[in-house]
Design a protein around this ligand. Structure first.
Ligand SMILES: [Zn+2]
Ligand SMILES: [Zn+2]
Length: 103
């Protein structure tokens, strides 16, 4: 997966985004520590905002992608849901859907 590879190559960006957002999902507010205890401490996934995530790998240059604004912190479930469609859903759209289904 291209996106995972990107974050592997930019570990500091991913770590900083997760830390700044408290390791809490920006869609559903799931927090792994809250639900899994010590095992979940410091765990979250990073999502790269589209359409960059769908661009060819050669365009995944540092210059294009170092901004924290391009990174969304999500739980594993929401991350999979974001990528359920191509191009991926935006966080805002997924959050609206999540809220509609979880009233
Ligand atoms: Zn979530
Ligand atoms: Zn993603």
């Amino acid at each position: 997966m291209r996106e995972a590879y990107f974050f592997t190559r930019n570990p500091r960006l991913a770590a900083e985004a997760k830390r700044l957002r408290n390791y809490t999902c920006e869609v559903c507010s799931f927090n792994f520590r809250q639900h899994y205890g010590a095992l979940g401490v410091g765990f979250a996934e990073c999502h790269h905002k589209n359409p960059l995530a769908e661009r060819p790998e050669e365009l995944w240059s540092q210059a294009l992608t170092t901004s924290l604004d391009d990174v969304v912190v999500v739980c594993a479930n929401c991350h999979r849901m974001l990528h359920r469609q191509r191009p991926a859903l935006s966080v805002e759209v997924l959050r609206t859907r999540w809220e509609a289904a979880n009233q």
